[in-house]
Design a protein around this ligand. Structure first.
Ligand code: NAI
Length: 410
């Protein structure tokens, strides 16, 4: 029987195409509660977005579950410990919306330099106000990027293509793209930037990183953009700097507290301040990003279901081996305690099988060992490995028939 995947929450259909190319049977339901008990019983791979919670109770309804794909950035909706204890890798797609965020940043930089939203809403309210006062080209202006990772580096390329001078600060040494240069400190970046755009993650070190003190060090008349996380900027201090005219504008996509439901009411002290663009956390929300996420997560799920690769798993160690159709592949997930590997090898040797390839990775609690062994139909090896007290889960992948790549973990 081919492995079956259940996709919920309207995941982009690029996921179906990728999974089906590995002969995975794709089923769909709007929500978990819409799937029949039979479908739940057979589901080996579950694809969800942010509205489905996968906790211990839900996992009990899914006895065949082997993999979870979060078709989004975060994985907070899944109990990662519980899935790891069940030997179920959880995959996500942390970087598929990089370009969407970078493009929004470029749009915001131009809009702020031309006070575009104020001018446009003035027109909608019946006001004609033609003026060049405070309006600038972005060419020749200095863009400071805080966090030169996936998004920061993309912004750097786009901004330079539009004639900006790009400087960045990152706590790691990062190879500059194009003519960008890394500055020695956040303080330098604040002091010299006409525009500061934030692209660091939410960590204890970045929380409130841009507070009143940092804002006070920014160039007079500069712009501040935050499309990263709501915890990084003190929005009260930002509102003061905007009202006093120290900063000329801001674009904020993320907030310390965000409504969980669409069409919720929204109120904030930044509302009503001139030249402030407020958006409801849409930096990465494009159809293209959804499609990229669907491809990326489906690829990781399909690789796991057909080859045992846990590359990209957020809750288990990552292992992979090159594909070999003539081998019996075994993924042994176990508690990370001394001696398991030698007992694993001895158990396989005792049933007379040769190990032809092996990959091991561990974290503090758990290890994954991926093995290619001589093909066999003798259940003795599975029984013996399954009976080891340290075993969490055994996934096996039979040799593939010559003209088909279909294989299912059992
Ligand atoms: P990334 O992990 O690729 O890059 C982050 C960079 O920040 C790294 O180069 C890292 O070295 C640097 N960094 C971390 N801590 C730092 C510190 N204390 N000081 C200086 N540099 C530091 O992350 P990516 O993909 O570029 O995302 C950046 C942010 O954007 C994340 O917070 C992410 O959650 C957010 N994001 C927001 C979206 C939206 O819808 N608005 C969509 C996608 C991502």
């Amino acid at each position: 029987m081919p492995p079956s995947a259940l996709l919920l929450e309207g995941i982009h259909d690029a996921a179906d195409v990728r999974l089906q190319s590995d002969h995975i049977d794709v089923r769909r339901a709007p929500r978990l509660s819409d799937a029949t008990p039979d479908v739940l019983k057979e589901t080996m791979a579950m694809g969800i977005r942010s509205r489905t919670t996968l906790d211990a109770q839900t996992l009990r309804q899914l006895p065949a579950l082997s993999a979870v794909g979060c078709f989004c950035i975060g994985t907070n909706q899944v109990d990662l410990d519980c899935t790891a204890d069940a030997g179920v890798p959880v995959f996500n797609s942390p970087f598929s919306n990089t370009r969407s965020v970078a493009e929004l940043v470029m749009g915001e930089i131009i809009c702020l330099h031309r006070k575009l939203f104020d001018r446009s809403s003035g027109m909608h309210q019946g006001r004609w106000k033609k003026s060049a006062s405070g309006a600038h080209e972005i060419r020749g202006r200095t863009l400071g990027i805080l966090g030169y990772g996936h998004i920061g580096a993309q912004v750097s390329i786009l901004a330079e293509a539009m004639g900006m001078r790009v400087l960045y600060h990152d706590h790691q040494p990062k190879l500059p793209l194009g003519n960008a240069s890394q500055v020695d400190s956040l303080e330098t970046l604040l002091r010299v930037s006409d525009v500061l755009t934030i692209h660091v993650p939410d960590t204890p070190l970045t929380q409130n990183m841009i507070d009143a003190d940092s804002i006070g060090k920014m160039k007079s008349g500069a712009f501040l953009l935050n499309n990263a996380r709501g915890s990084i900027v003190d929005l009260g201090a930002l509102a003061v700097a905007l009202r006093t005219g120290q900063l000329a504008g801001a674009a904020i996509d993320v907030f310390p507290e965000e409504p969980s439901e669409n069409d919720s009411s929204f109120g904030h002290e930044l509302c009503g301040i001139d030249n402030v663009i407020l958006t409801p956390h849409i930096g990465g929300s494009t159809r293209e990003a959804q499609e990229n996420i669907a491809r990326d997560v489906a690829e990781k799920m399909a690789k796991f279901l057909t080859t045992g690769s846990t590359i990209g798993a957020v809750n288990l160690p990552e292992v992979a081996l090159r594909e070999r159709a003539d081998q019996l592949r075994i993924l042994h997930i176990h508690h990370n305690v001394p001696g398991v590997l030698s007992r694993l090898h001895a158990t396989i040797a005792q049933v007379g099988l040769n190990i032809n390839a092996e990959a091991l990775d561990s974290n503090a609690q758990r290890s994954c060992v991926l093995l290619d062994v001589d093909p066999t139909n003798d259940p003795a090896v599975f029984d013996a490995l399954g009976a080891m007290p340290e075993t969490i889960r055994l996934h096996t992948f039979p040799p593939k028939p010559a003209e088909s790549s279909s294989a299912a973990p059992v």
